[in-house]
Design a protein around this ligand. Structure first.
Ligand SMILES: Nc1nc2c(ncn2[C@@H]2O[C@H](COP(=O)(O)OP(=O)(O)OP(=O)(O)O)[C@@H](O)[C@H]2O)c(=O)[nH]1
Ligand SMILES: [Mg+2]
Length: 321
């Protein structure tokens, strides 16, 4: 399959082609980047919503509920579930599949899970690539689910157009339970499991924290809402999607969308640059005739690794090949 042929099939919204392309991108298959270059002019229409929160907060259940509401409003929905702890990819992680199962047969819903597969910090990049593919396939709204614990996950969701934080009552201090950095990044807070005890208290706590966060911002700025929901009973879906739409409108009004997308593109660029530069320098360093001697000295414990690395790098000529 040529890159052009693959790009055409993806643009024709062929699900199998999209899935295959995402796999290529995950595997760093050079064909992936080639196809992506062709698709790039066809991207930028989708709205990316990052969904995060503590493990078990109900993110997948909420995503399932939101898919239903978005479909009712005629939107085509893509879902990227990012699970760094999972070695599984290529389909949905079992639990997610169950929670979003009712949509599995809907041709206007595309669900993909991304695991780490032993890549070194490549998960964020692979996720961004998947977003571009789904965008090119004409999905209007793309939900990105990730557990809000690690740095990479926080980075993934904070680079979305809209960041939705899922909180739950009953954890004592709801604000403390939300990772630092996420409290600042959140555009919409969903207080899920509102059927549980302590919901109204948690709601007040979150609202107070958000008030403190936004009290000095300029007039007319976005104030993150706290929306109660019971995702397992599909309660609150309309209010959450209304809030997503309101936030999209606010981004459009203030031109902030451009800034967010610029930050996203730049972050991906930096990652790719770092990977490519490291690979190239490493190859060049190891290919030097004196490399073997230095390595031998390190292995003999006669030269300290810092000095060896410094020496080798210092001798590299950073000129074009
Ligand atoms: N009582 C109650 N339970 C809920 C609600 N929403 C989800 N749950 C339950 O909470 C559990 C976890 O839900 P998930 O959707 O898998 O949570 P998650 O945040 O995606 O979990 P991870 O991806 O593993 O971090 C499931 O047993 C759900 O049925 C809710 O609104 N109320
Ligand atoms: Mg989940």
């Amino acid at each position: 399959m040529t890159a052009r042929g693959m790009a055409d099939r993806v643009l024709a919204r062929e699900v199998a082609a999209g899935a295959r392309l995402i796999r290529w991108l995950e595997d760093d298959d050079p064909r992936g980047a080639e196809v992506l270059a062709q698709l790039y002019p066809h991207t930028g229409r989708a709205r990316v919503v990052g969904i995060t929160g503590s493990p078990g907060a109900g993110k997948s259940t909420l995503a399932g509920m939101l898919i239903g509401e978005l479909r009712r409003r005629g939107r085509r929905v893509g879902v990227v579930a990012v699970d760094p702890s999972s070695p599984f990819t290529g389909g949905a992680v079992l639990g997610d599949r169950v929670r979003m199962q009712q949509h599995a047969a809907d041709p206007d819903v595309f669900i993909r899970s991304m695991g780490s597969r032993g890549q070194h910090g490549g998960l964020a990049r692979a996720s961004f690539d998947a977003l571009l593919v789904l965008d090119a396939m004409g999905y209007d709204t793309i939900l990105v689910e990730t557990v809000g614990v690690g740095q990479e996950e926080i980075e993934i969701v904070s680079l979305a157009d809209t960041t939705l934080i899922v909180a739950v009552p009953g954890l004592g201090d709801e604000v403390q339970a939300i990772k630092a950095g996420l409290m600042e990044a959140g555009d919409i807070f969903v207080l899920n499991k509102a059927d549980r005890e302590g919901a109204s208290q948690a709601q007040r706590q979150l609202e107070l924290a958000l008030h403190l966060r936004t009290q000095h911002q300029p007039e007319g700025g976005w104030i993150p809402p706290v929306i109660p929901a019971v995702a397992s009973k599909c309660e609150g879906a309309a209010a959450v999607v209304d809030a997503l739409d309101a936030h999209a409108q606010s981004l459009a009004d203030t031109d902030a969308l451009k800034g967010r997308r610029a930050a996203r593109a730049y972050a991906v660029f930096l990652k790719l640059l770092r990977d490519a530069a490291t690979r190239r320098l490493l190859d060049a360093a190891l290919a030097r005739p004196d490399a073997a001697v230095l390595i031998e000295a390190v292995r003999d414990l006669t030269l300290d690794p810092h000095a060896a690395a410094q020496r080798l790098v210092a001798r590299l000529e950073l000129a074009a090949p």
